[in-house]
Design a protein around this ligand. Structure first.
Ligand code: NDP
Length: 283
């Protein structure tokens, strides 16, 4: 492998150490950070994500409450749960685990979370502020991906950045973050004509597609920085959206899957939660 590894495991562990000190400082002043996670239904991947979030809270000393609601939960019941968490002063962060069962309106639910408790950064206010380049809570996965680039000292300003994927939770905020860092950003999606012509121009290539090993070596420029956001399960094993081994031969830096951006996502959720408490108490 020619590329250097952007190691999410190491970076997340280092960030957790800093977060532990920030939490300890808050707790010593009587402020215990509180995160409420709302999980509706039985989706196995969601259950795993929520378990991992609970474990991270335990490691850091954040008080976490998971409201496990049945599959047949109504919109009204979900909204009541959100409003109760909004009104609870011991709750500083609220997260509704996505995807919600199909009969529920996730946009409406997310819009009810108070923007200052929206630790996922999905609320319209936070998304809108990000698009204007203003201070806001940034969605955890793109925030984590940007953090990795910065930690590795990779320069972004003036670089050609290509983001494949335009979802509200990954692709769009990723593109906005890179734009804020003065990259020249192209966003590609399923209707992009000649995708490879775009990806081959990229100094920084972010794959957030949801298709296993979709980005192949011939789509990548020599020396590119490749950030693989994808998490796919193939034959029981996790893999990303990038064909890792051949692409790693061409790239200068690459994130692995597992052990890359995914590790940073939870660390950034913890960071957003601690920051939400620090804001309340003027830290
Ligand atoms: P979405 O399905 O919401 O978005 C996928 C995007 O990829 C869409 O914009 C879609 O285009 C685009 N796309 C699909 N097919 C193609 C194609 N053939 N060529 C170009 N673009 C294409 O997924 P998410 O953004 O939620 O997630 C993306 C991946 O990241 C998934 O693997 C997911 O599991 C993973 N993920 C990882 C996280 C982490 O912690 N590491 C967190 C969140 C997600 P269009 O808009 O036109 O449909």
């Amino acid at each position: 492998m020619a590329a250097q590894l952007l190691d999410g495991k190491i970076m997340a562990a280092e960030l957790e150490e800093q977060l532990k000190s920030r939490v300890a400082e808050l707790v010593s002043q009587g402020f215990v950070p509180g995160l409420t996670v709302i999980l509706v239904g039985e989706d196995p991947a969601s259950q795993t994500y929520v378990n991992n979030k609970e474990k991270a809270c335990q490691r850091l000393g954040i008080r976490s409450v998971t409201l496990r609601m049945p599959e047949q939960t109504t919109q009204e019941e979900l909204e009541t749960a959100i409003e109760e968490a909004n009104a609870d002063p011991s709750v500083h962060g609220i997260l509704v685990q996505l995807p919600l069962p199909g009969h529920l309106d996730s946009d409406r639910a997310l819009s009810l979370i108070l923007p200052e408790k929206d630790v996922d950064g999905f609320h319209d206010v936070n998304a809108g502020r990000l698009s204007r380049g203003l201070d806001c809570t940034v969605a955890c996965t793109p925030k984590g991906a940007l953090y990795m680039l910065k930690q590795a000292g990779i320069s972004i300003s003036g670089k050609e950045a290509v983001v494949v994927g335009r979802s509200n939770i990954v692709g769009k905020p990723m593109a906005l973050l890179l734009l804020k860092e003065n990259a020249t950003v192209t966003v590609c999606h399923s209707r992009t004509a000649d995708l490879a012509a775009h990806t081959r121009r990229a100094d920084i290539l972010v794959a957030a597609i949801g298709k296993p090993r979709f980005i192949t070596a011939d789509m990548v420029k020599d020396g590119a920085v490749v950030v693989d956001v994808g998490i796919n399960r193939v034959d029981g094993k996790l893999c990303g959206d990038v064909d890792f081994e051949p692409v790693a031969q061409k790239a200068s830096w690459i994130t692995p899957v597992p052990g890359g951006v995914g590790k940073m996502t939870i660390a950034m959720l913890m960071d957003n939660t601690v920051a939400a408490v620090e804001k309340v108490f003027g830290k």
